[in-house]
Write a protein that binds this ligand. Sequence first.
Ligand code: PBG
Length: 328
Amino acid sequence: MIATATRTGFTRFRRLRRKEPLRALVRETTLDPGDFIYPIFVQPGRGQETPISAMPGQCQYSVDRLPALAERVAAAGVPAVLLFGIPEHKDELGSEAWAEHGIVQQAVRELKRAVPDLLVVTDICLCEYTSHGHCGVLAGDQVENDPTLDLLARTAVSHVEAGADLVAPSDMMDGRVQAIRQALDLAGYQHVPVMAYAAKFASAFYGPFREAAGSTPQFGDRRGYQMDPGNGREALREIAADIEEGADIVMVKPALPYLDVLARAREEFRHPLAAYHVSGEYAMLKAAVANGWLDERRATLETLTSIRRAGADVIITYCALEAAAWLR
Ligand code: PBG
């Protein structure tokens, strides 16, 4: 036994850490599945559920498989899904993106029919639909900004016509939120909100997604339109511009490598803020877990908590269903 004289004159932080109920009482940040959005990849065909190798646990689903998945999402208490489409055919302009019977349009109709209360968010971008894999119209090897805006706006309107509750432009063309807002308003969809991928960085962490969505650029990269990873102040300008153009929810993407941007955005803006915990962040967790290097449940919940603590109201994550089950 060590002789102990009781000491004074310092703060005993540990008083509130002695028992779980005490810790829970003073916990500043908690997770709620009601703040999660679950991304889903939709592919052509029937009876298809193709695993994505770099994203263990995630699949590309054919439309007929969506109702069962949607039931699981709703039962988990997750209120929304985010759809990405893998079209039958790609072309220079990405015309299946706005086709009335395009893959996402079919998926939206099927989901709204099967589970009407589940929110359906659609990603608005051309990269899954263009033969070259870039997010806009090409002139030579350059991605043209303004000619792309009309195509994005048409895509958004067609998703909403199919029943989408919320549209989420991810292409990073300038002025697309304005173009989409105007097109929706003109078509009589003033009530449909826009969630803008406002500060979307040119990130290595989208690698697994591009395998899943078949959207790897055939030449070059996306640094001519997505943000440079070094730019925090510019991220705030991007967010301010999207708010000015009419975005209802603004997003920072990826999440973990950009928690500082998220925290600064939280300080600066009053709009609802979303963070996208992207495919590469998911892959890192899964890889470490598969090797027995991390405890999956604790590492996942800690990661999601950090995103909330940094300031996100909404988290888009491939971990949504597992996390929701752990939070029960
Ligand atoms: C489409 C898009 C991408 C992601 C969401 N929308 C890929 C990209 O920009 O290359 C990435 C999502 C993820 O990695 O989970 N432009």
